[in-house]
Write a protein that binds this ligand. Structure first.
Ligand SMILES: *[C@@H]1O[C@H](CO)[C@@H](O)[C@H](O)[C@H]1NC(C)=O
Ligand SMILES: *[C@@H]1O[C@H](CO)[C@@H](O)[C@H](O)[C@H]1NC(C)=O
Ligand SMILES: *[C@@H]1O[C@H](CO)[C@@H](O)[C@H](O)[C@H]1NC(C)=O
Ligand SMILES: *[C@@H]1O[C@H](CO)[C@@H](O)[C@H](O)[C@H]1NC(C)=O
Ligand SMILES: *[C@@H]1O[C@H](CO)[C@@H](O)[C@H](O)[C@H]1NC(C)=O
Ligand SMILES: *[C@@H]1O[C@H](CO)[C@@H](O)[C@H](O)[C@H]1NC(C)=O
Ligand SMILES: *[C@@H]1O[C@H](CO)[C@@H](O)[C@H](O)[C@H]1NC(C)=O
Length: 489
């Protein structure tokens, strides 16, 4: 499927240039990541939670300052509201310990969390506090909103699920652990840890290479997403650490107005399907200032997602930032207005990727990848419209149309096992208006340069790219697109 074009003239120029530049090129240090710590814990005054029996009924007004006791909470927690304690501006804290949670990582604290949730979500500016120095075991649970404005779910301690598939409650869905449903206006934050205990799930024989002698065997394979937000608007996730999810760490589906800021996600490079943040049918999203290392996509953007802004993320090891996979089982996908900027991707299988299956429809358009630093990445820039997990996908006559994709200031090193730039566009529907500017990708090791690979890719290198791409991309706009009924959405 690869249309390989050798560009001898540019290639020899590139050889000379790269000898000069690689001798000047200093590889970035392989600094290890440091878990992001919350900036400070205030010494504000807090209300302790009201006990479950005294929790306000749905229709009752928020408690006034005299309702909650004012003894200090077991563990001080920073509070968003600097005016906490001010009688005219109350911010009651609902500590899960006051609702019967034990926090010894053995007792089942699910009911206590649900009781705290039901009390706290109805009070404006309330905080559900998961205190530090405790570890809470939660069974799979759905926390259902709506929440009052200013509601904060604050995790300072550790939260863990049952340990592996054997311990998972039989009656329960094995595809999700903690679900926030219709949780409009919720903030999830804190300096604590959500530990998904994924190891036993990753070792299931059905997972890639986990069967006998590295095979993949049949058998139950469902594994839970750690945190799923479903049909919720105006969400903020800030400051948390999330480790070792059995499957995706975060999944937002059918959500709107989402900000994820300053989080840390950590799972081993070989943990299967542990995407960091997955978006599906979700729009108006900002993902900022976060560090993600895992065994699959750092961020993956699925069908129906648009207006997504990703800035200052460090990914790696990972499979990079992906749009897709889209168009599976002949589905229609619409993804547009996606920006990824000021991001570092290191030791990853892919850098910035768009992947679609044969036979889909719809489009991906208006995508900008800018100011991206690559460090020993296998496929730094890749469009793969032949995405296929089984090697048995036949070519089809329709495809998701990819257009208006810009790569600006993408620099660093690539793993020479794969070409640094690869535009494998569909036979049926070419990619159009690919723009490249300020691209400089050099081999991470040795002097072996790899050529870009283009197939049915139309676009415009605005300036010299390294390695050179201008005779690899096709010029202009393909007539076939004008003739064909492309379904741009
Ligand atoms: C699909 O098309 C690509 C590009 O033309 C080609 O390289 C590949 O061999 C085809 N695959 C199949 C299964 O026909
Ligand atoms: C909730 O917090 C907001 C912002 O701090 C404030 O304007 C509002 O008055 C608070 N509401 C209550 C009921 O305290
Ligand atoms: C696994 O590999 C070992 C050594 O090659 C072999 O003896 C054994 O039969 C294999 N087991 C299976 C189930 O294939
Ligand atoms: C989300 O926030 C916007 C802007 O503050 C507001 O207009 C909208 O009503 C909120 N939506 C929900 C479902 O709370
Ligand atoms: C980028 O994110 C990191 C955390 O990953 C943070 O320490 C740094 O201050 C952020 N940079 C900017 C310019 O916000
Ligand atoms: C694109 O998305 C950004 C948010 O990432 C938003 O601010 C902007 O208005 C969107 N552009 C259009 C044309 O909708
Ligand atoms: C090409 O794509 C860029 C965004 O990458 C967009 O600004 C521009 O309008 C597109 N050009 C055409 C002719 O559609």
């Amino acid at each position: 499927m690869e249309g390989r074009v050798l560009v001898l003239l540019q290639f020899s120029f590139f050889l000379i240039f790269s000898v000069i530049s690689s001798s000047l090129f200093v590889p970035p240090t392989l600094a290890r990541f440091h878990a992001h710590k919350p900036k400070h814990h205030g010494h504000e005054h807090h209300h302790i939670s009201i006990p479950p029996m005294a929790s306000p009924a749905p229709s009752s007004p928020p408690p006034d300052d005299s309702t909650p006791t004012t003894s200090p909470a077991p563990e001080p927690a920073s509070n968003q509201n600097p005016d906490a304690g001010n009688a005219s501006n109350s911010s009651p804290v609902f500590n899960v310990l006051s609702f019967g949670a034990v926090g010894d990582a053995i007792s089942d604290d699910t009911e206590a969390f649900k009781a705290a949730w039901d009390a706290a979500r109805l009070v404006e500016n309330a905080t559900l506090l998961v205190p530090g120095r405790y570890s809470f075991l939660l069974q799979p649970a759905i926390f259902t909103g709506p929440c009052q404005k200013g509601f904060t779910f604050q995790v300072e301690g550790t939260v863990v699920p049952p340990d592996g598939p054997e311990s998972w409650p039989q009656s329960n869905n094995k595809r999700q652990w903690l679900v926030f449903y219709r949780a409009d206006e919720m903030t999830l934050r804190g300096g604590g840890l959500i530990d998904g205990r994924g190891q036993k799930w990753w070792n299931l024989p059905c997972k890639p290479h986990r069967g006998v002698n590295g095979t993949t065997l049949p058998g139950p394979c469902d594994s839970p997403v750690a945190l799923r937000f479903f049909m919720s608007s105006n969400l903020t996730v800030r400051g948390l650490r999330i480790n070792n999810s059995p499957q995706f760490h975060f999944r937002f589906d059918n959500c709107r107005n989402v900000v994820v800021d300053s989080i840390t996600i950590n799972a081993p490079a070989l943990s299967p399907n542990t995407d960091g943040i997955h978006l599906e049918n979700t729009n108006n999203v900002g993902i900022y200032n976060s560090v993600i290392s895992n065994g699959d996509d750092c961020v993956s953007i699925g069908s129906g997602s648009y207006n997504v802004d990703i800035r200052n993320i460090t990914c790696g090891p990972s499979h990079g930032i992906s749009i897709g996979s889209l168009g599976n089982h002949n589905t229609r996908a619409c993804v547009y207005n996606i920006t990824v900027t000021k991001t570092t991707i290191r030791h990853s299988d892919n850098g910035v990727r768009i992947k679609t299956w044969q036979g889909g429809s719809g489009s991906v358009s208006g995508v900008t990848f800018s100011d991206i630093h690559m460090d020993a990445v296998r496929n730094p820039i890749i469009i793969d419209q032949y995405y296929c997990l089984t090697r048995a996908c036949s070519n089809q006559t329709s495809a998701v149309y990819v257009s208006d994709v810009a790569y600006l200031n993408v620099k660093g090193t690539y793993d020479v096992r794969s070409p640094p730039m690869q535009f494998a566009c569909s036979d049926a529907v070419p990619c159009t208006n690919l723009t490249l500017s300020d691209i400089e990708l050099l081999p991470a090791q040795g002097d072996l340069l790899r050529d870009p690979v283009c197939w049915n890719a139309y676009g415009d290198p605005e300036a010299l790219t390294i390695p050179p791409i201008n005779s690899c991309l096709l010029e202009g706009f393909p007539k076939s697109i004008m003739d064909a009924e492309v379904d741009k959405c």
